[in-house]
Design a binder for this molecule. Structure first.
Ligand code: ATP
Ligand code: LTN
Length: 327
């Protein structure tokens, strides 16, 4: 049997090149090697308030972006988290074996909670729901960006704790990070990871941004006081631009060094912008085609949910039996 892969993105904002290079591109690469489930995690998105109409529209947008990136619904299941109720059901059972201290230590929780006046319980529970997503399908591999590695680690801890309390039940999953692009930084501030929820102008390149906006954001990216590329002394802003180029192009390290060493920053930025636009223009063309086909997306999402539902039901049944719950 092929190892199962599970991953997801929140429909909580505009997907950016960090989401693409850190996760989505890797999903496309491995989709035919494994049995893949790619989810739109709307229950995670509501851990922070989302306008209902916007959330509903974003779910479809994210699904269309998965398809535009090259996820093939004939070989993978593309589904919406809230369409399969067992995600929330298993999350409760896992909550009951998770010490609250484990959750309070999560760096994403600490960062997001610090920005709220009043912290919702959902924000603390967020990684337990993520563990439920993964364990529900007995996924062995979780391809994500670096910022999510801590949550996959926690998922391992929860699975091991459950297995030791109730007997071998869950596959203990591993993380798959891309070699380049696992942590794309903000163009305006290379000390922060590029993030959907950061709204500053020129912070991110969104996957659906028009070419002139993409070029402007990259040309204005923060660099450092060197005039030209020097791999030994380059600051984080320059290393981030080089990582973006390398992740899009797939160029090996030696080719990167030969191409960019000594190049002035203006020219580096121009080449990075050209590379990003060359990838995103055909991507956007595919996106427009997908959303213009009536009923197509809805069919993909329905088909995905139908395909995974029996897997989810089987895991929850087994968990209920192991725990002594009523089946
Ligand atoms: P937010 O900042 O609002 O939480 P996000 O931009 O981190 O959102 P998510 O939906 O949380 O987006 O992440 C989707 C996927 O993209 C995850 O696998 C995550 O690790 C990856 N990812 C997010 N930001 C980056 C980044 N800057 N570089 C590389 N990968 C990233
Ligand atoms: N928390 C993740 C999204 C997510 C996820 C998952 C990723 C929810 N459930 C399961 C991998 C596997 C994020 O990217 N913010």
């Amino acid at each position: 049997m092929k190892t199962r892969v599970f991953s997801g993105m929140q429909p909580s904002g505009n997907l950016h090149i960090g989401n693409y290079l850190g996760a989505l591109k890797n999903w496309v690469r491995i989709q035919s090697e494994y049995e893949c489930i790619f989810c739109i995690v709307d229950l995670h998105a509501i851990t922070l308030y989302q306008g209902p109409a916007e959330l509903r529209a974003k779910i479809d947008e994210i699904a269309a972006l998965y398809l535009a990136a090259g996820i093939d619904p004939k070989v993978c299941s593309i589904m919406v988290q809230s369409a399969v109720p067992e995600h929330a059901e298993l999350a409760w059972m896992l909550t009951c074996v998770t010490p609250v201290g484990w959750l309070e230590r999560m760096t994403q929780y600490k960062a997001k909670a610090a920005r709220q006046e009043s912290v919702g319980d959902g924000l603390l529970q967020y990684p337990v729901l993520m563990a439920a997503d993964i364990l529900l399908y007995q996924a062995g591999i979780v391809p994500v960006g670096e910022d999510q590695a801590q949550h996959v680690e926690l998922t391992r801890d929860i699975a091991q704790r459950f297995n030791s309390l109730y007997g071998e039940t869950f596959v203990v999953p591993g993380t798959s990070l891309p070699a380049v692009g696992a942590r794309i930084m903000g163009l305006d501030d290379p000390a922060q990871k590029m993030s959907k929820s950061e709204t500053a102008a020129n912070h991110a390149v969104a996957l659906l941004d028009p070419p002139d906006k993409i070029r402007k954001a990259i040309m204005r990216a923060t660099t450092d006081s060197n005039p030209a590329v020097d791999y030994e002394t380059a600051g984080p802003g320059v290393l981030n631009l080089l990582a973006i180029y390398q992740a899009f192009s797939g160029a090996p390290d030696a080719e990167m060094k030969a191409r960019f060493t000594g190049l002035r920053y203006g020219e580096l930025k121009k080449q990075v912008a050209d590379m990003a636009i060359a990838h995103l223009e055909p991507f956007q063309e595919r996106y427009r085609r997908i959303v213009s086909e009536p009923g197509y997306l809805a069919g993909v999402l329905r088909g995905g949910a139908e395909r995974v539902a029996p897997l989810a039901a089987a895991t929850v049944r087994m968990v209920k039996e192991r725990m002594g719950l009523y089946v």
